[in-house]
Design a protein around this ligand. Structure first.
Ligand code: HXC
Length: 260
């Protein structure tokens, strides 16, 4: 595939981890409409590809993404935003059924931070910086910065970030639970791929159910979430992979999952 704003490759020992690299260096990977369209196209195609176990989304050493494209968005009017359904292309990331890991080096600002938060797991390079600077542009976050961030880091920290526009560094992002690990910048992508490979050793069918169950914690009440989890747990008992996983334990051998 020939992309203008992204690069894609399939990697890992079993060639089962897809890496999508945002590649618009002149604008610090500002997320213009063309880039978001390519990203959602690539995600849809990897999402359907049975040989892909996990997807890694990354940027450059200097920027994961410096936000929505301010220059492109500046002339928008209210009615254009509404009628053009502005940001509709952004939802594909959160809709992907496969695990998606953000490997964030450098700036993840505004829409860049929101894009990272749409992913399932965030690994940060030690020079990463996260922020929601929209307030300084006279607007507010539009793709989860006031919602996902608040659920992840709590009200006080999210308010502070959204109302000041101040950035937090990788160490602080780990402390508040926004990222699950901080890694030296030059090892970040390798570690993210290893994480994808580890997930890829499990049944992709069960991984998908598990991802849905964790996401349900963000989308509904505790009571509804627990009910969904219990029923989904029960549902695994109808799969060949659940039988195989438990039998393999009893037999003291590695499981051989068939993803069914
Ligand atoms: C368009 C951008 C951009 C952006 C950087 N560039 N961020 N273009 N949209 N979000 C461009 C610059 O204009 C410049 O182009 C080139 O990238 C390099 O950027 P510099 O500013 O020269 O780099 P530096 O001095 O190192 O500063 C880095 C930075 C700064 C701190 C990240 O670029 C910055 O503050 N960017 C904007 C961050 C931001 O406000 N993001 C939120 C956007 S609003 P030229 O042509 O001059 O070389 C948003 C809303 C989301 O995301 C709503 C829902 C999706």
């Amino acid at each position: 595939n020939s992309w203008e704003y992204i690069k894609t490759e399939v990697t890992g020992e079993k060639k089962n981890v897809a890496v999508i690299t945002l590649n618009r260096p002149k604008a610090l990977n500002a997320l213009c409409n063309g880039l978001m369209l390519e990203l959602s196209t690539a995600l849809k195609s990897y999402g359907k590809d049975q040989s892909i176990a996990a997807i890694v989304l990354t940027g450059s050493e200097k920027a994961f993404a410096a936000g929505a494209d301010i220059k492109e968005m500046a002339p928008n009017t209210y009615s254009q935003c509404i009628q053009g359904n502005f940001l509709n292309d952004w939802t594909e990331v959160a809709r992907t059924q496969k695990p998606i890991i953000a490997a964030v080096n450098g700036y993840a600002l505004g829409g860049g931070c929101e894009l990272a938060m749409m992913c399932d797991i965030i690994y940060a390079g030690d020079k990463a910086k996260f922020g929601q600077p929209e307030i300084a542009l006279g607007t507010i976050p539009g793709a989860g910065g006031t919602q996902r961030l608040t659920r992840v880091v709590g009200k006080s920290k999210a308010m502070e970030m959204c109302l000041t526009g101040n950035m937090i560094n990788a160490t602080e992002a780990e402390k508040v639970g926004l990222v699950s690990k901080v890694i030296p910048a030059d090892q970040l992508l390798g570690e993210a791929v290893k994480l994808g490979e580890k997930i890829g050793t499990h049944s992709s069918l069960i991984v998908q159910l598990c991802k849905e169950a964790v996401n349900t914690a963000y989308e509904t009440t505790l009571q509804e979430g627990l009910k969904f989890e219990r029923r989904t747990f029960h549902a695994t008992f109808s799969t060949a992979d659940r039988k195989e996983g438990m039998q393999a334990f009893v037999d003291k051998r590695p499981a051989n999952f068939k993803n069914e």
